[in-house]
Design a protein around this ligand. Structure first.
Ligand SMILES: [Zn+2]
Length: 394
């Protein structure tokens, strides 16, 4: 038995891990799997919502049973109180009649009735009538007592039933709370999956745009495409001049030392087209950030290496996420001045802040901190003149 387990364990170890080859075909499979997972989350959420509805209906039914029982309880208590009073009256009446037999008093109505008999037969008859009255009253009292006993039983039942229903309502409410928690986690997981789907679809689009074949591995595709296409750097503006280096400087906003994470290019009014400095895919877009404003990130493959370029403070964004861009594509227009002052606080006038990082933002790394750690000097990399020196063609 132990040997079998060991063999199975070794077999599992020997099965090679399913290494994800990055191919269009694999991406399509990944996307289909992700969509199925997403649908499963949506279905689970729907089930939870249905269960919540039916639990709520069940609570409503129990509450209405409690309410109608409450009415029955009040009725039974009132009826018992009335019957108790009538029993007391009836008993008093009987004791009056009993006393009348024993005490001869002129003002006693029962006694008068009996002694006003005109003959012996009449006396016997009147006596029998009296007995019948008493017997009738005793029966009535017995009936009332039975009814009170039944009411008492009903009252106990209703009180017990209320405890039972309250407990059931409490556990239904607990169940509903749990279902709401479940829905939250289904939503969170579905959101994560949706974001994975967007990433995978963007990546798929990138590979399609590059002209990769269905089962061609990404690296091979990139090498092939790179060898046949003359991808290279080009300036982002037709004319302009560098106004601030990718270097330590005194911040024009705070007056304190800072590291300037890109190359600033001035000499153009707001609205001037900003072009991609290399072909690639739009891999991230940020809109109206208070520091950086409208931003477009392009993931490119240049001279055999991955890069991400970033265009900040844009007045307008002219591209959409995962769109393929070429060096002829205007990704947006120059901003940073009056036109963007409604949301921007980190720019002192119209200019383009050009950022350049290695790797792809959005797939090789995903956070702004990681992006900053990948930054390199755009001016020296793509070959722009020194600060203050104008150029008039890209
Ligand atoms: Zn800047």
């Amino acid at each position: 038995m132990k040997k079998k387990v060991l063999v199975l364990f070794l077999l599992i170890l020997l099965i090679p891990f399913n290494v994800h080859a990055e191919t269009i075909a694999q991406k399509r499979k990944d996307i289909a799997n992700l969509k199925a997972k997403y649908q499963a989350q949506q279905n689970a959420k729907k089930n939870a919502q249905n269960n919540i509805s039916s639990d709520k209906q069940s609570i409503k039914n129990k509450e209405s049973e409690i309410n109608s029982n409450q009415q029955k309880l009040t009725d039974a208590e009132n009826e018992s109180a009335e019957l108790t009073k009538e029993i007391a009256d009836g008993k008093k009446e009987i004791s009056n009649i009993m006393e009348a037999y024993q005490v001869a008093q002129g003002d006693n109505v029962y006694l008068e009735y009996v002694f006003e008999a005109t003959s012996y037969e009449d006396l016997v008859y009147r006596y029998a009538v009296m007995e019948q009255v008493m017997s009738y009253m005793k029966d009535k009292i017995n009936g009332y007592e039975d009814k009170i006993k039944k009411n008492d039983e009903l009252i106990v039942y209703i009180k017990d039933r209320k405890v039972e229903l309250d407990n059931q309502i409490n556990s239904l409410n607990d169940e509903i709370d749990g279902l709401y928690d479940d829905i939250k986690s289904y939503d969170k997981y579905a959101n994560d999956i949706a974001s994975d789907i967007r990433d995978a679809e963007g990546f798929l689009q990138y590979m399609v745009n590059m002209g990769c074949k269905e089962t061609e591995e990404l690296n091979a595709c990139q090498a092939r495409v790179n060898s046949t296409n003359n991808y290279g750097w080009i300036k982002p503006l037709v004319k302009g001049k560098v106004t601030s280096y990718f270097a330590n400087r005194i911040s024009p906003i705070t007056g304190k030392p800072e590291f300037h994470s890109g190359t600033d290019i001035g000499g153009n009014p707001e609205g001037t087209p900003v072009y991609a400095i290399a072909s690639g895919t739009v891999c991230k877009i940020v809109r109206k950030s208070s520091c950086g404003g409208n931003q477009v990130y392009v993931c490119s493959y240049v001279n055999g290496k991955k890069y991400t370029t970033c265009y900040m403070h844009l007045l307008a964004i002219n591209v959409s996420l995962y769109q393929t861009v070429y060096t002829s594509t205007a990704v947006g227009t120059v901003g940073g001045g009056k036109g963007t002052s409604g949301w921007e606080t980190c720019s002192t006038g119209a200019h383009l802040h050009l950022g350049l990082g290695t790797g792809w933002y959005g797939s090789d790394y995903t956070t702004y901190t990681q992006w900053k750690a990948h930054l390199i000097d755009a001016r020296t990399t793509i070959g722009m003149p020194a600060r203050g020196v104008w150029w008039y063609s890209r």
